[in-house]
Every structure is written in C-alpha cells, then in structure tokens.
Design a protein. Structure first.
Length: 162
C-alpha cells in the first residue's frame, strides 16, 4: 500500500491529474473516505488529467455523469464515467441499472462511495482512500492507494508521479 500526505486541495487536484493522465479504458477507481475528505476534488483532478470535457461536480442526485473524451489538441482520449454511490447505501440493483460494466469497456470509471459494492465490476481496481486529520484544523489529507489485480503493477508509477 502506498500512502502520502496532501496538504492542500491543490495537492489533491495535482495527484488526481497525475492519476488521470495514467488512466486507460477499462480502469476502475473506487474512492473511499468520509464526507468532506476530498473525493470530488480528486475526481476533478482526474478529469483534468484525462482531458475530458464538461464540468465535474458530484453526481449525488443523478448517480452518474459521463464526461466525453476531450479533443486531440488537449490530450483527451479516454472518457470518464463519474459515479456517486452514496445514496445507494449498498443497493446493488441501482448500481446494476447503471450498466457500468459496459462503460468500463470504453471509459475510465471512478466511483465515489463504491467500496463494498463496485469491486465486483472488475478484479482489477484501485481503491483510493482519503482521510482528514482528526487532530488538526488544516486541510491535510492522508491518501492511500490499495491496488487490486493488475493495479499492483501500476501503483509505484503513481507514487513517483506526484
């Protein structure tokens, strides 16, 4: 497991950009952490790293947003499917209705609150855990990467990319 400190929201965005720049079609990333930990901020960085189009915001009430790949001029090439499973509360029926396994064939899929339900979409996934410091009022987050399947081979490059 790789772990690092992110002192500011910009650091979270920068790590997201580094991760996004390395994502490929078929990649599944699960974001875990409490409310306010920075999952959507991280996803904004991932979207920038992928070069996708469209404003990234939490899809809490629509469950999923598709961000098309950007143009060749801005480095885009892989669409992003951004899912927020918070409201599902473990109800896999609604998650199945999103047909994410089909999206995985042509997109990178990032699922906020997906741990415990979205892992079944692929044996190859990365859990990115964000936690705020309990003993401080600063913005510092601890980010840890928990690779599964082929992500075990790719995680060291993420640590070095930051």
């Amino acid at each position: 497991m790789v772990s690092m400190e992110l002192a500011t929201a910009e650091d979270t965005m920068a790590f997201g950009r580094a991760l996004g720049a390395r994502l490929r079609r078929g990649d599944l990333v699960l974001l875990a952490g409490p409310l306010g930990a920075g999952k959507t901020t991280l996803t904004r960085g991932i979207a920038e790293g992928l070069g996708v189009r469209g404003r990234v915001s939490s899809p809490t009430f629509v469950l999923a947003r598709v961000h098309p790949a950007g143009t060749a001029e801005n480095g885009g090439g892989v669409p992003l499917v951004h899912v927020d499973a918070y409201r599902l509360g473990g109800d896999l029926t609604e998650l199945d209705d999103l047909d994410l396994d089909a999206d995985l064939e042509r997109s990178a899929v990032v699922v906020e609150w997906g741990e415990g339900s979205a892992e079944r979409l692929s044996e190859n996934y990365l859990v990115v855990r964000l936690d705020r410091r309990q003993d401080s009022d600063d913005e510092t987050r601890t980010l840890s990467l928990e690779p599964h399947g082929t992500w075990s081979e790719r995680t060291p490059e993420l640590h070095l990319a930051r």
